[in-house]
Design a protein around this ligand. Sequence first.
Ligand SMILES: Nc1ncnc2c1ncn2[C@@H]1O[C@H](COP(=O)(O)OP(=O)(O)O)[C@@H](O)[C@H]1O
Ligand SMILES: C=C(OP(=O)(O)O)C(=O)O
Ligand SMILES: [K+]
Ligand SMILES: [Mg+2]
Length: 608
Amino acid sequence: MAATLNHICQSSSSVRVLALNGEVLDAHKSRSTSVAGNVHYSLSVGWGARRLHVNRKALSGKKFGPAPAADIRATSGAEVIQQNVPATCDLKSFQEAVEKLEVDLVTEADLKENGFRSSRRTKICCTIGPACCSFEQLEALANGGMNIARLNMCHGTKEWHKNVIKNIRHLNATKGYCVALMMDTEGSEIHMGDLGGTASAKAEDGEEWTFTVRQFDGPLPPCTIQVNYEGFAEDVKAGDELVVDGGLVRFDVLETIGPDVRCKCSDPGLLLPRANLTFWRDGELVQERSAVLPTLSSKDWLDIDFGISEGVDFIAVSYVKSPEVVKHLKSYISSRCPEGSIGVFAKIEAIDSLNCLESIIRVSDGAMVARGDLGAQIPLELVPSVQQKIIDLCRFLNKPVMVASQLLESMIEYPIPTRAEVADVAEAVRQRADVLMLSGESAMGLFPEKSIEVLRNVSLRIEHSCREDKSRKYKPLPELYTALSERISEQICNAAAEMANNLRADAIFVYTRQGYMASLLSRNRPDCPIFAFTETRDVRHRLNMQWGLLPFRLDFSEDIESNLRRTFALLKARGMMKAGDLVIAVSDNLLPTQQANMLQSIQVRRIP
Ligand SMILES: Nc1ncnc2c1ncn2[C@@H]1O[C@H](COP(=O)(O)OP(=O)(O)O)[C@@H](O)[C@H]1O
Ligand SMILES: C=C(OP(=O)(O)O)C(=O)O
Ligand SMILES: [K+]
Ligand SMILES: [Mg+2]
């Protein structure tokens, strides 16, 4: 049915929108006068956060017809969903523009193509660097399934990162992706300088190199490496072993002369800019200095302020050694942005963090197994069991967990991974990590898109085999909560997941304001995907970090029954579900009134 969408009538005191076959829709109106003295009217109609806006320069005293498309846009909160909405359109497209269920392009395509039973459950994070920072390159990664973009503040300038953030925002707003942003702090561990601008340097066996804390105005002298840390030359002793990037290159310390440390290469290899440095004495990691280094340096705090002002979704803290720093950052964030919507992730990579893993994870919003530095601080052969331990602990404590570093390292240079890398990725998927992370593969590699494709394919394959493997099923999770209200939510979600598995349901639906019930469902790693409906863009982005959740944005209405009916209709209309599909639905207490008098329930429904 064609209808005139809006027709602005203006009298001296009022402005109205005539919409849909002449029926007047209630319109908010505001009037403003520009510097040039022109009167502007803006109107918006819609429900909740979703609105259509009409902006027109008014011609005083005159009546005028339908606003041109250029003056009409549809928004959701601060996000513009559609520019140039035609003034004359049919009822259906008006409703779609205003009431559209927001789901990202990739999820939608995945659901339609593969059917949702086999949509990907493990999430993918890509470190953004020079190899993937243009709008087109970022779009290709988003299209390949990037759920989270990571900005590593070790590298690049604020302007560079700002531009990446702008590109991702633009991608989300104009192309319908839902890529979340994670900032990763530099931390104050000891690392090399940037090699005077060259991409890498080769250290040969037996060659003598000087590590120094001196500054140079011009180019670096040959075989010289700057070290970021003032106290370095005082701490190192002749006879120590200097280890670059956890063993990529090794040096024996010959002598220290003032700010210089003279070394001989004992294990040759490639030196990369800003590579991490550790030093070892009598087979033990020397920790004197790193123990007094603050986890968050003054530069990190400036970066954090930058992240807060840019509105990133997550901040990952490097070299966390105790729960205190995470608590401190979380309270800083909630004082700076009271809506408190930035998740703080603890990177587990410092040896000290291993003594207090549980208390660190409890206070964090999630954790990262940062195997790069972890492998430089503990023997490499211990890394796999620590990974398993962190993943299990996070699952128990209901915190999302990322597995990072060297997943597909060889793909920095080659278009296919090694068999061992595929096995490593498969292991992380089998351990049911929430997120797999690419580092150099996407940031500076030759094959960022191929790398993401490998993660996607391995995830799909292994997730499928986990579902088939009956012996893995129904292992009960240990009980997490003690307070009654939390125990109720936990039990509801555990039971809903178990019912969904037993009934072979097609999907679990959860209506969630903060993502709490959604996370408890994800924790169960059920066989079917979890459609998580939430009201705000921020929560929708945060849900991206969790296993098996397909985040949708939707304005909730007053009662759960009407939410269910609306979502069924919208998903059906969009071809994402079909009549007869079996759904298990749960929800948070959506309304304040419900908290007092309604207990939560599990519904079993067929799509009508
Ligand atoms: N923002 C950036 N600008 C330039 N290069 C980057 C950036 N981010 C990452 N890289 C490159 O990608 C490599 C791998 O990234 P990552 O693992 O995050 O860092 P690191 O190697 O410092 O731990 C880095 O060593 C660096 O060469
Ligand atoms: C992810 C890690 O941290 P970064 O890349 O910042 O060193 C790591 O050490 O594995
Ligand atoms: K970092
Ligand atoms: Mg690290």
